[in-house]
Design a protein around this ligand. Structure first.
Ligand code: GLN
Length: 479
């Protein structure tokens, strides 16, 4: 028996090279555990045994021939169901894509296949990534492995629960307004949303294209750095992606250099609505980092109070556009014929294929883009988005990082917020600004919370400076 719980990407590499286990044995063990645990956690929508064991065997053959594949070889990963893996289902947790099989690999998957990573399966999520609890899935809620009565967060809740529950070593999620960081905070794992454009989104079901990013969900910050490095880079198939030199992101952090960095604490993130327990946990993390002799400074991000409102105009506008392609005829057929005309067919299929939250956002988005309202809502929101971005530009003249809570509360109970969309939307109040500004942001579990519900703290940094949040995170983990 391999001890799956404590395994990290780093440890797997050592284990494979020292022949403690083969990639096949490791994958098989993970699949057995995942299949069993999935009955109560529902982290995976599909577990793809044959495909995973095939990939693992290729790693073993290569290793026996002395090929050095790199750090991700044989590492069992969980992949959010909105990311395409050729030949496997990609439902985005929607009935609309119930029978859809991916005809090609997403760019991130092509990169991981070159590294010889192994994919255990596709993870549950809120339908088309709209939600904060994974309760909006058409295929049942995912449960938080720390407390099965609670949500794991969302929308990448399946990915976070898979890692937290020892059903994968690491995972990929997507983050449009917090969907990597919020579930990471609720589930006690690390989640990194990269700089907008750092990672190609080719082959990911688009939610809101000016905000979406793919990123890693892992047990340690070091693993997040390794997985991030494997998926970054410009891709001509995603024109928003850029080339940057990320070769040093996995280098061991240097404490002396880190002491030259200053961390800002924005007053606007510590006001009304922040749960006491969360505030205390964040303060503990701040004190721990202070003990490393890294300096802090109070800052202000004055437009923060508008971020949620701006997001809930821009995001639905883009959602309504992106989801126009789902007519129920392409991707996976619902009804193909109707006696009462094409419009009737679209109405029928879209009514049947989409869940309530998705419909709500399509309607909101269509409204804010419609003639007469475009200027009042959409255009205005874009202007305020610029002000939010400017706040960060100003702040980063003074400080190098910004530390905040990730979510105002720990994981809530299943069903607690399902009837109140506004309450649910408030879960993302601290994560949304980084998406609006395109900044890198990470959620790291506050240490020493064994036996209590996990709580994460967030670090943000300048565009393309993932290295700063990763380094401080790694130094914090080692305290
Ligand atoms: N929870 C937020 C929403 O519902 C963010 C979702 C996401 O990041 N994909 O829109």
């Amino acid at each position: 028996m391999i001890n799956l719980r404590d395994l990290t990407i780093k440890k797997i590499r050592d284990g494979l090279l020292n022949k403690e286990f083969s990639a096949f044995e490791l994958t098989k063990e993970f699949i057995d555990v995942a299949s069993d645990k999935n009955k109560e956690v529902n982290a995976y929508l599909s577990i793809d045994k044959d495909q995973a064991l095939q990939l693992a065997s290729e790693v073993d053959v290569g290793l026996a021939e002395g090929i050095d594949f790199g750090e991700l070889a044989g590492v069992p990963l969980a992949i959010k169901d909105n990311i395409l893996i050729k030949g496997l289902q990609a439902t985005s947790a929607s009935k609309m894509l119930a029978e859809y099989k991916a005809p090609y690999d997403a760019e991130v998957i092509s990169k991981l296949k070159k590294e010889k990573a192994v994919f255990i399966g596709k993870t549950n999520m809120d339908e088309f990534a709209m939600g904060s609890s994974t309760e909006n899935s058409a295929y049942g809620v995912t449960r938080n492995p720390h407390d099965l009565d609670r949500v794991p967060g969302g929308s990448s809740g399946g990915s976070a629960a898979a890692v937290a529950g020892g059903m994968a070593v690491a995972a990929l999620g997507s983050d449009t307004g917090g969907s990597i960081r919020e579930p990471a905070s609720f589930s006690g794992v690390v989640g990194l949303k990269p700089t907008y454009g750092a990672v190609s989104r080719f082959g990911v079901a688009a939610m809101a294209s000016s905000l979406d990013q793919i990123g890693p969900i892992t047990k340690t910050v070091e693993d997040a750095a390794i997985l991030f490095k494997a998926i970054v880079g410009r891709d001509p198939k995603d024109s928003t992606s850029f080339e940057a030199d990320y070769s040093d992101v996995t280098n061991e952090p240097n404490l002396e250099e880190a002491r030259n960095l200053t961390i800002g604490i924005p007053e606007e993130y510590f006001g009304e609505g922040l749960d006491k327990e969360v505030e205390e946990a964040i303060n503990e993390a701040i004190n721990d980092i202070k003990s490393l002799k890294i300096s802090f400074k109070k800052i202000s991000l004055p437009h923060t109070k508008y971020a949620l409102a701006v997001y809930y105009i821009i995001m639905p506008a883009e959602v309504s556009t992106n989801l126009a392609r789902y007519d129920g005829l392409r991707f996976s057929p619902l009804e193909q014929e109707t006696k009462s005309g094409l419009l009737d067919l679209y109405v029928k299929n879209r009514s049947r294929g989409f869940g309530t939250e998705v419909k709500r956002r399509i309607l909101l988005g269509t409204f804010v883009l419609s003639a007469g309202y475009y200027d009042a809502y959409y255009l205005k929101a874009q202007k305020v988005r610029s002000l939010i971005k400017q706040d960060f530009t100003e702040a980063f003249k003074d400080v190098d990082l910004i530390l905040t809570p990730v979510v105002p509360t720990p994981a809530f109970k299943i069903g607690e917020k399902t009837n109140d969309p506004l309450k649910m939307y408030l879960s993302d109040i601290f994560t949304i600004p980084a998406n609006l500004a395109g900044l890198p942001a990470i959620s790291i579990p506050v240490r020493g919370r064994e036996g209590k519900l996990p709580i994460g703290f967030q670090l943000m940094s300048r565009h393309r400076r993932e290295k700063d949040v990763l380094d401080i995170g790694r130094l914090y983990e080692k305290i």
